[in-house]
Design a protein. Structure first.
Length: 253
C-alpha cells in the first residue's frame, strides 16, 4: 500500500517529537495484484483459441482479507472463437478460505466476447476447487459447470450445458525459482466448448521465476481433432487441438 508523502512527513515528525506514541499504520484489508503475459499460443482446455499464434493477456485482482475476491482477465483470440470477435474478457468473483491443510475456492466466472457480431457467445460458469500444499508439492482438484444457456449452444440446440473436471499438481525446486507442473482435465459435452463429443486434455510444463518475471514452457495435447480455418480461408484448415509446445513470459505487479 502506498502512503502519501504528506502523511509520511507527518508521521516522521510525530515520531521524532513523541517516540512512545509512534506506531505503524494498520495494514489494509484489501490487496490489489495483477500481471501481463505474452504467450506463443492461448490454449483453453487444450484447444487453441488463437489458431496456434501468439496472444497478449492481462489480469487484475482485488482480494479482501475475509477471502472474498473479484477480478478480470483478458486475452486476444482468433475470430473463429466468437464469430469475428478478437478478444475474450473474463470477469469473476468468489470466496477462498483455508481450512486446515486445504484451501477451498468457489466462485462464478463470466466469459464476455466483445465484437461477436450479434450472436449469443457469452456465458456464465460457476466453479469450485480444493487445493493443498505439502512442502514443495502442491495439488488441486476442481470442477466448472456451465449451466444450460444460449452461449453454450451447439448445432441447433437453443441451450446447452458443459461440465469440466480437472486435477493438477506442481513441484517447486527449492532455492532455484524453478517449478514443474502437470494438468489433466476432461470436458463433458456436447456443447460449444467441446464442439461435439467429450474429450480429455493434458499438459506438462516448467516455469522459472526471476525478479517478478516468469518464463514458462509446456507441452499441451488432447484426444480430440478440431479443425479451424486458417486466416478465414475456406480451403485451408488447422487442427486447433493437436499437440504443441507453448512458451510464455509474464510479469506480475
Amino acid at each position: 500500500m502506498r502512503t502519501p508523502i504528506i502523511a509520511m512527513s507527518a508521521l516522521a515528525l510525530a515520531a521524532s517529537a513523541a517516540p512512545a506514541l509512534a506506531q505503524d499504520a494498520p495494514a489494509s484489508p484489501i490487496t490489489v495484484s495483477g500481471g501481463a503475459t505474452v504467450t506463443s499460443d492461448y490454449r483453453f482446455r487444450g484447444i487453441s483459441q488463437t489458431n496456434k499464434r501468439f496472444a497478449v493477456q492481462g489480469t487484475i485482482n482485488v482480494n479482501h482479507e475475509s477471502g472474498l475476491y473479484v477480478g478480470t482477465w483478458g486475452s486476444s483470440i482468433d475470430d473463429y472463437i466468437a464469430n469475428g470477435g478478437d478478444a475474450e474478457i473474463d470477469i469473476y468473483g468468489g470466496f477462498k478460505k483455508t481450512v486446515g491443510a486445504a484451501t477451498v475456492d468457489v466462485g462464478l466466472l463470466y466469459y464476455y466476447y466483445p465484437g461477436s457480431g450479434g450472436i449469443t457467445s457469452d456465458f456464465f460458469e460457476p466453479y469450485a476447487s480444493v487445493s493443498g500444499t505439502v512442502g514443495p508439492v502442491s495439488g488441486k482438484l476442481g470442477v466448472a459447470y456451465g449451466f444450460k444457456q444460449h452461449g453454450l449452444a451447439f448445432g441447433r440446440n437453443e441451450r446447452e450445458d458443459n461440465l469440466y473436471t480437472y486435477g493438477e499438481g506442481s513441484v517447486a525446486v527449492p532455492d532455484t525459482g524453478l517449478s514443474l507442473s502437470a494438468h489433466l482435465g476432461h470436458s463433458f459435452g456436447p456443447s460449444y466448448l467441446t464442439i461435439g463429443k467429450e474429450y480429455t486434455d493434458w499438459n506438462v510444463g516448467a516455469s522459472y521465476a526471476w525478479k517478478g518475471i516468469t518464463f514458462g514452457v509446456s507441452y499441451v495435447d488432447t484426444d480430440k481433432s478440431l479443425f479451424v480455418p486458417v486466416n478465414g480461408s475456406t480451403t485451408r484448415f488447422r487442427n486447433a487441438s493437436k499437440a504443441g509446445v507453448v512458451a510464455s513470459i509474464g510479469a506480475a505487479f
